[in-house]
Design a protein around this ligand. Structure first.
Ligand code: IPM
Ligand code: MN
Length: 358
């Protein structure tokens, strides 16, 4: 079977790290048709839009998208609709990528990279399931308006709208319960039900869906407490499910617990298992073009792509084993380098993964 993959390198370190993941994919003897297209600031510079129609069309026709990263200070002055981030949001919405899976795994070899004590994080393995196409990110109405009455009458007011439809909550709940069922069987739903109506509704639906998964233990936590528990006792979590905004914040926090955000992949899936795969880190324009960025998160994202969208779990296993092997060999890019390990460049790390593939 042949698969079509849209390769969207983007900005900053995006092109360098995606190049290494593409080398790994090409080495697998799978029938993959890889087509590259511009996205983000690079696409704005070339075509006047961060998500050109041709790039979106390519993504739609593909089985999966391998995405680098977007964003650069150069584009911060642009109006919101033309900023690189709009490419990410546009792809998520256009492809209906509602389920964002963000694993936070601490590799034993990197236990000292965390800012938390090794005993608090050793063996950490959390999966954050973030709803990705709803919530205040996309809610209407939004904007700036002039108030007619009330205590701030006559002033301008910025506003956004948080809402979730029942089916949006149900479908992300199913993804999360199924993920938990395949792991340790514990699901923590994070909300702010003590304050927000949307959250109380979210909680009610989670409880309802839980009846279909008697083997999964569902708990609930307010988001402020979850932020605290993540640094206090992170290993108490197995799978976390939450809305778009809270998931954005908590997934950055969880990634940092591992101390090596350069290692963490992510997947964003729709109902037909079409997916967008990208590293959890950003475009890091400060180190772009220097051959120092860590390509492993992108290489591991390619592995997730094989597993979730292309039904090629054995190939995914091969990539993950190769990454384990290069870590065991002591090879480290600058972000995870420490005394006693060998510092390698982006390309050298790609070379090492290719060599370790078997
Ligand atoms: C992320 C990013 C995006 C988000 C931005 C770039 C729109 O922070 O993928 O977490 O907020 O979802
Ligand atoms: Mn984010």
């Amino acid at each position: 079977m042949s698969f079509r993959i849209a390769v969207l390198p983007g900005d900053g370190i995006g092109p360098e790290i995606v190049e290494q993941a593409v080398r790994v994919l090409r080495a697998l003897d799978l029938d993959l048709e890889l087509t590259e297209a511009p996205v983000g600031g690079a696409a704005y510079a070339a075509h006047g839009h961060p998500l050109p129609e041709s790039t979106l069309a390519l993504a739609r026709q593909s089985d999966a998208v391998l995405f680098g990263a977007v964003g650069d200070w150069k584009y911060d002055h642009l109006e919101r609709a033309l900023r690189p981030e709009q490419a990410v949001l546009g792809l998520r919405k256009a492809l209906g990528l509602f389920a964002n899976l963000r694993p936070a795994i601490l590799y034993p070899e990197l236990a000292n990279a965390s800012s938390l004590k090794p005993e608090v994080v050793a063996g950490l393995d959390i999966l954050i399931v973030r709803e990705l196409t709803g919530d205040i990110y996309f809610g209407q109405p939004r904007g700036v308006r002039t108030l007619e009455d009330g205590p701030f009458a006559g002033e301008r007011q910025g506003y956004d709208t948080m809402h979730y439809a029942e089916s949006e909550i149900r479908r992300i709940a199913h993804v999360a319960f199924q993920a938990a069922a395949g792991r340790q069987g514990r699901l923590c739903s994070v909300d702010k039900a003590n304050v927000l109506e949307t959250s109380q509704f979210w909680r009610d639906i989670m409880i309802d869906v839980a009846r279909e998964y008697p083997k999964v233990e569902l708990s609930h936590m307010y988001v402020d407490n979850a932020a605290m528990q993540l640094v206090r006792e992170p290993k108490a979590f197995d799978v976390v499910v939450t809305g778009n905004l809270f998931g954005d914040i908590l997934s950055d926090e969880a990634a940092m617990l591992t101390g090596s955000i350069g290692m963490l992949p992510s997947a964003s899936l729709n109902a037909s298992r079409q997916g967008l795969y990208e590293p959890s880190h950003g475009s890091a324009p400060d180190i772009a073009g220097q051959n120092v960025a860590n390509p492993l998160a992108t290489i591991l994202s390619a592995a997730m792509m094989l597993r979730y969208s292309l039904d090629a779990a054995p190939a995914a296993d091969r990539i993950e084993a190769a990454v384990q092997a290069v870590l065991a060999q002591g090879l480290r890019t600058a972000d995870i380098h420490e005394a006693g390990t060998t510092r390698v460049s982006t390309i050298e790390m790609g070379d090492a993964v290719l060599k370790a593939l078997n």
